[in-house]
Design a binder for this molecule. Structure first.
Ligand code: CTP
Ligand code: MG
Length: 335
């Protein structure tokens, strides 16, 4: 890794596009997977409606944003009035109900930023996280899903990046690396900034969808059918884009100065966001702005040690795509 990757990718990079697309196809969840997922959701809905007949169930995260693989868990949000009883009490009661109904490994995790009940379904073996009234997650799930429908190079790039991150052990927020959600935002931001653009900035357009959640306005243009072919002038292949993504994070991103913002379709300075000094545990070493909760930095989990690991992995990935004889294998070698 002593050779610094040049700013241009190898001229024969497109030779790797078929291999990468085959891998992408193999990562997509199967029909069987989808139907098992539906069964889990149906039996969960039954359990919930007995106790909370007015609760509405929303799927969010990768089972609903179209970035789910066959390894992804199922994320569920219950929308309900919780009255005087707090969300934590409701979750504890939910955990009891689920245990009684035969779900396995039921565990209420109430100390987290977003309290959840985690459990697994004995039928499918799937793991499922349930939260209450986290409607911002439901809104950002729709945003990601809408972006995914504009240009298929987004799902392709994001599946490959997520797979790389899991294989290389840099998709572990509890250890100071990034969430899948953060990686998808990084991919969207990257494609918004290609020349010509591959993705538009939906939040900068006339809103056709708006929802206010706890005082946070979530509004953007969601008439995706009007945006078909948006990125067609940019002919970049998936191999070139994957290299470009890693090259950007390995040697072009200005970590000390910039924040990536899907909301604005460009980078902005940390200064503008007052993300220049450490506040509490938020170090702001690698800044990824949440599209709706704009005070929320998805890179806040990254510390001095893990930023080094992340950057080394980005450099390795760019170098593998640049020089390796068989990058489709080497890139995804388990760490
Ligand atoms: N989420 C969020 N803020 C975060 C992390 C996650 O709002 N800091 C929400 C997003 O709606 C995201 C969902 O939680 O889509 C699930 O997050 P995550 O598990 O990171 O992503 P998945 O897309 O579910 O990925 P995986 O396939 O790894 O399960
Ligand atoms: Mg998930």
């Amino acid at each position: 890794r002593t050779r610094r990757p040049p700013a241009e990718c190898r001229h024969d990079i497109d030779a790797f596009t078929p291999g990468l697309l085959a891998l992408y196809e193999s990562l997509k969840p199967s029909e069987e997977h989808m139907s098992k997922q539906k069964q889990l959701v149906d039996s969960l809905a039954k359990s919930v409606s007995k106790e909370w007949p007015n609760a509405q169930m929303h799927l969010y995260g990768s089972c609903a944003n179209s970035f789910g693989t066959s390894h992804s868990d199922v994320d569920v949000c219950l929308e309900m009035e919780i009255g005087t009883e707090g969300a934590v009490e409701v979750l504890l009661r939910l955990a009891d109900v689920l245990r009684t109904d035969g779900f396995e490994n039921v565990e209420a995790i109430t100390g987290a930023r977003v309290p959840i009940v985690r459990m697994s379904d004995p039928g499918s073996g799937f793991s499922c996280d349930i939260c209450i009234n986290n409607l911002l997650a439901v809104a950002n799930t729709k945003l990601l899903k809408d972006y995914a429908q504009i240009d298929q190079r987004l799902p392709q790039l994001a599946f490959l990046v997520k797979h790389w991150a899991k294989q290389r052990a840099v998709n572990e927020t509890y250890r100071g690396t990034l969430s899948s959600y953060a990686y998808v935002l990084m991919c969207i931001s990257f494609l918004q900034q290609r020349e010509p653009k591959i993705l538009p900035c939906l939040q900068a357009m006339e809103p056709t969808y708006a929802l206010t959640v706890d005082g946070t306005e979530c509004a953007y243009f969601d008439k995706i059918d009007q945006l078909q072919g948006f990125g067609a002038d940019n002919k970049a292949s998936i191999a070139e884009l994957l290299w470009g993504f890693f090259h950007y994070w390995a040697s072009q991103h200005h970590y000390k100065r910039d924040v990536i913002s899907v909301r604005l379709g460009k980078t902005i300075s940390k200064q503008e966001k007052s993300w220049t000094t450490r506040v509490g545990n938020d170090r702001h070493l690698m800044c990824i702005e949440d599209p709706f909760e704009i005070g929320h930095d998805l890179g806040r989990v990254v510390d001095r040690q893990t930023i080094r690991i992340l950057r080394e992995e980005m450099e390795r990935a760019a170098a593998v795509l640049q020089y390796d004889d068989d990058p489709c294998v080497t890139l995804f070698e388990p760490y």
